[in-house]
Design a protein. Structure first.
Length: 439
C-alpha cells in the first residue's frame, strides 16, 4: 500500500485501488481462536461458581479484592463520587442527559397492543412491551467514558426497562467519579464493581449476588466483545463493537485544520481506530496531511494517533463527489461526515453509515456527547445491516392472533392442507378437530 510519512495516500486512478481499499477496510483482531478459548473458560467458571469465580477474576485482573457484600457501589460511594465532580462537569452532564433523553423520547414507538380484523374476521396484531431487566457494560478505570453510560442507559429507561444493572471494572478500586454521576443521572438501578468477560458472564447467567438480565449492551475490549458474542442466545446483545471509525467526504472548500482535528478525534481512541478522508481536491488533501502533523504535537495521545493513522488511516483522492459517496457506502463506517456545502444533496447517494454528520459545522464529537442521537453505532461495515442503539433495542414485539369459529372455517382448511403436506399430523389434527366442531 502506498503511504506518505504519516498517513496512507491513495487515488482511485491507481490500478490496484479497489483491492487496496478493501484491504484498508479490513481489521485483524489477532488470535481470535485463543481469545475465544480464554473467554469460554471464564464464562464456564462464572456460570458454575457464581460470585466466587467473579471475585477471583476481579482480584486477578483488576487487583481489587471484593466480597459478595461489596460487589455493589453503595449509595454513599455514589454520592461521594458525585461530590468529587466539578460544577462544570455536572452541568455538561445534565445538558447531555436532557438532549439524549429528548431524542429517544421522540424515537419511541407507540407501546401496548395494536390490532386489526382481516377480511375473514381474524384478529391480528402485536403488542410492544419493554424488556424487564437489562445489563450495561461500561469500560472502567480512570480513562472511561461517562457519555457511554448516558447513551446506553437513557434509551433503556425511556423504553420502560424496569431494572438496569451496570457493571464497570474498578482496577485498584479506582473509578471515574463522573461515571457514577452519569449512572445516577440516567437512572441506573444497580452498579457493580466488576468488568471483563467475567462481568458479562455474571449478567448472562446470574450469580448469587447479580441477577441475570435479558439483554446486555455497551462497549468493551476484545474479550468483552467475544464474551457478548458467546452468551448471545442465552441473552440478547446490542452488537459486537469493533475499533472506532470516521470517514469524511469533503470538497475543496473546507478548513483543513477542522478536518484534521476530526480525523484525530477518532484516531486517539485506539491504535487500531480508522480515520479516512475522501476528497476531490488534491490541494485539500495536502493541506490536511500538513495539519495532521501540526496538531499531533499538541495531543496527549499523539503516539496512539500516529499508530492509528499509519496503520489504518488514509487520505483518498477521487474524481468527484459521486465516487466519494460510493466509497463511503462501501465502507459503511461508524461515523460519516459530509463536509460539503449541501450535504442533503449527497444523502441519496449514501447507502450505508452508522451516523451521518451533515455540513461543515457538525463535527463527529458533537454526536459523541451532546447532540442527542445515540453514539453506540455499528462498526466494521455492519452498518450495511444494523442500526444505532436506541429505544428499539429494549422493546420486544409479541404477535397476537385470535380466530373466531367463522374465520377458522375460512383459513383452517389451508392450514390443515399445509400441515398434511409437511407430514405433521398432530398439527393437522389440532386444526381439523376445531373445524369439525359445531359452534
Amino acid at each position: 500500500m502506498m503511504s506518505g510519512s504519516l498517513i496512507h495516500r491513495l487515488n482511485t486512478a491507481q490500478e490496484d485501488f479497489a483491492q487496496t481499499y478493501r484491504d484498508l477496510l479490513q481489521w485483524d483482531a489477532g488470535d481470535q481462536a485463543q481469545i475465544e478459548k480464554v473467554v469460554a473458560d471464564i464464562l464456564a467458571q462464572v456460570k458454575a461458581r457464581g460470585d466466587a469465580a467473579l471475585i477471583d477474576y476481579t482480584t486477578r485482573f483488576d487487583h481489587l479484592k471484593l466480597t459478595p457484600d461489596s460487589l455493589t457501589f453503595t449509595k454513599q460511594e455514589i454520592e461521594s463520587a458525585i461530590g468529587r465532580c466539578s460544577k462544570a462537569e455536572l452541568a455538561a452532564l445534565d445538558l447531555a442527559v436532557e438532549r439524549i433523553r429528548s431524542y429517544h423520547v421522540w424515537q419511541m414507538p407507540r407501546m401496548g397492543v395494536e390490532t386489526y380484523l382481516d377480511s375473514t374476521g381474524t384478529l391480528l396484531g402485536q403488542r410492544l412491551s419493554p424488556l424487564q431487566r437489562a445489563g450495561l457494560y461500561v469500560p472502567g478505570g480512570l480513562a472511561s467514558y461517562p457519555s457511554s453510560v448516558l447513551m446506553n442507559a437513557i434509551p433503556a429507561k425511556v423504553a420502560g426497562v424496569s431494572e438496569l444493572a451496570m457493571v464497570v471494572p474498578t482496577p485498584h478500586g479506582e473509578v471515574n467519579p463522573l461515571i457514577l454521576a452519569a449512572a445516577q443521572a440516567a437512572g441506573v438501578d444497580e452498579i457493580y464493581k466488576v468488568g471483563g468477560a467475567q462481568a458479562i458472564a455474571a449478567l448472562a447467567y446470574g450469580t448469587q449476588s447479580i441477577a441475570a438480565v435479558d439483554k446486555i449492551v455497551g462497549p468493551g475490549n476484545i474479550y468483552v466483545a467475544t464474551a457478548k458474542k458467546q452468551v448471545f442466545g442465552r441473552v440478547g446483545i446490542d452488537m459486537i463493537a469493533g475499533p472506532s471509525e470516521i470517514l469524511i467526504v469533503a470538497d475543496g472548500h473546507n478548513d483543513p485544520r477542522w478536518l484534521a482535528a476530526d480525523l484525530l478525534s477518532q484516531a486517539e481512541h485506539d491504535e487500531i481506530a480508522q480515520s479516512i478522508l475522501i476528497t476531490d481536491s488534491s490541494a485539500l488533501a495536502d493541506q490536511v496531511e500538513e495539519a495532521l502533523a501540526e496538531q499531533l504535537a499538541q495531543l496527549s495521545r499523539r503516539e496512539i494517533c500516529k499508530k492509528a493513522l499509519s496503520s489504518r488511516g488514509a487520505i483518498i483522492l477521487v474524481k468527484d463527489m459521486k465516487e466519494a459517496c460510493e466509497l463511503a457506502s462501501q465502507a459503511a463506517s461508524e461515523h460519516l461526515e459530509l463536509a460539503v456545502e449541501n450535504p442533503e444533496a449527497l444523502l441519496p447517494l449514501i447507502k450505508n453509515a452508522g451516523a451521518i454528520f451533515m455540513g461543515r459545522y457538525t463535527p463527529e464529537p458533537i454526536g459523541d456527547y451532546i447532540a442527542g442521537p445515540n453514539h453506540v453505532l455499528p462498526t466494521e461495515g455492519t452498518a450495511r445491516f444494523s442500526s444505532p442503539l436506541g429505544v428499539f433495542d429494549f422493546i420486544k414485539r409479541t404477535s397476537l392472533i385470535q380466530c373466531t369459529p367463522d374465520s377458522l372455517a375460512q383459513i383452517g382448511p389451508a392450514a390443515s392442507q399445509l400441515a398434511d403436506s409437511e407430514g405433521l399430523t398432530a398439527h393437522k389434527l389440532s386444526v381439523d378437530l376445531r373445524l369439525e366442531a359445531k359452534p
